[in-house]
Design a binder for this molecule. Structure first.
Ligand code: TXA
Ligand code: MG
Length: 318
């Protein structure tokens, strides 16, 4: 059921049930992180491998420390600027965090989402919410309540409606497990913004060892559309897909070779934030069209363009 009743959401969560929650990045599939039975329901509903750990969410840094977590200096510097916000920190776990949440690893991912309803909800809870994106494992993340309803409607007790997500891409993940912080996933906060606060970080991960063994979702096909997706030179790929029904995802350009109804321009004004915000809902919309292939441009490798390219490339892996 979709609704805006905060008390209903709170009650379900206290009873160990699943509630989909809005955040500024994407909708999350939330459960009480301290209740292992509730957390298990997340893995089951998403059909997510149990070796892929979950992010825990709360509304204040002090709550994380009260749960025994030790926050490094650079994390605190980032948090002052960007939390609440689209940034997730990976740090050593404490005994209070169940192994079910961290998939048996010694590290936990923590985040304070920047959404008024999520913050209000979290402020009323004395436990963190474990919440992956509210999509079946491997598919595109949901950026509104209806997206959640379509795919997981039967499996959640309640979908708390907080409107369209205004970032539209998952959070950036930064790890503090080594001396030099490293980016594990590009996302809603740019590398440039992070480095402007704590200086150079390691961002040279590649698909082979991103979040190494603990995050198989980062290793292969992910964020994937049902239709085949090809990233790269769209002009050239149009020629090569001549006999097929094509849909296009472009930054700001129009292609005369393809009907307008099948062209999805993410930002006429060449704004990467706007493009990021629209990407997943466009991928979902195209999946409902009768097309054979989606041709996507490669976006500029700056700001949120890095995260857009990352999602498109993962979606294109067969
Ligand atoms: O924006 C977001 O981060 C959304 C919203 C709901 O907060 N959540 C999200 O969760 O994207 P999920 O589970 O779809 O993606 C989280 C990623 C996964 O690739 C997971 O492997 C990685 O974070 N992760 C979680 N805990 C980790 C840990 N302890 N160490 C390394 N990676 C971790
Ligand atoms: Mg996800």
């Amino acid at each position: 059921m979709i609704g805006t009743d905060l008390n209903k959401a709170i009650n379900f969560l206290k009873q160990g049930e699943l509630v989909a929650i809005p955040t500024e990045t994407v909708y999350g599939l939330a459960a009480n992180a301290f209740d292992e039975k509730a957390v298990l329901k997340i893995y089951q509903a998403k059909n997510r491998p149990q070796f892929n750990p979950l992010i825990i969410h709360s509304n204040a840094i002090e709550k994380f420390t009260s749960w025994g977590l030790i926050l490094p200096e650079k994390l605190l510097q980032l948090a002052t600027r960007f939390s609440p916000g689209p940034l997730t920190y990976v740090i050593p776990k404490s005994n209070q965090i169940p192994d079910m949440v961290t998939a048996g690893t010694d590290a936990v991912a923590i985040r304070i989402p920047n959404h008024p309803i999520a913050l209000k909800l979290l402020s009323e809870l004395d436990f963190p919410l474990a919440a992956p994106s509210a999509n079946p494992s491997g598919y595109v993340s949901p950026t509104n309540a209806l997206h959640v309803q379509e795919q997981l409607g039967e499996k959640v007790s309640y979908i708390l409606d907080g409107g369209e997500c205004n970032v539209g891409l998952e959070s950036t993940i930064i790890s503090f497990l080594d001396n030099v912080p490293s980016i594990l996933r590009f996302g809603g906060l740019s590398l440039e913004a992070i480095e402007s606060v704590i200086g150079k970080v390691n961002s040279s991960f590649n698909n082979q060892h991103a979040i190494s063994p603990v995050a198989p979702g980062m290793l292969s096909r992910h964020y994937a559309t049902k239709h085949k997706l090809i990233v790269g030179d769209v002009e050239k790929n149009i020629l090569q897909s001549a006999s097929q029904k094509i849909a296009i995802i472009s930054f700001h350009k129009k292609y005369n070779e393809v009907v307008e109804a099948h062209q999805f321009i993410l930002s006429k004004n060449k704004n990467l934030e706007e493009a990021a915000q629209k990407l997943f809902s466009v991928m979902r919309a195209i999946d409902k069209l009768d097309v054979d292939v989606i041709l996507a441009e490669e976006f500029p490798e700056i700001g949120l363009g890095r995260a857009i390219n990352d999602r498109l490339k993962r979606a294109s892996i067969k």
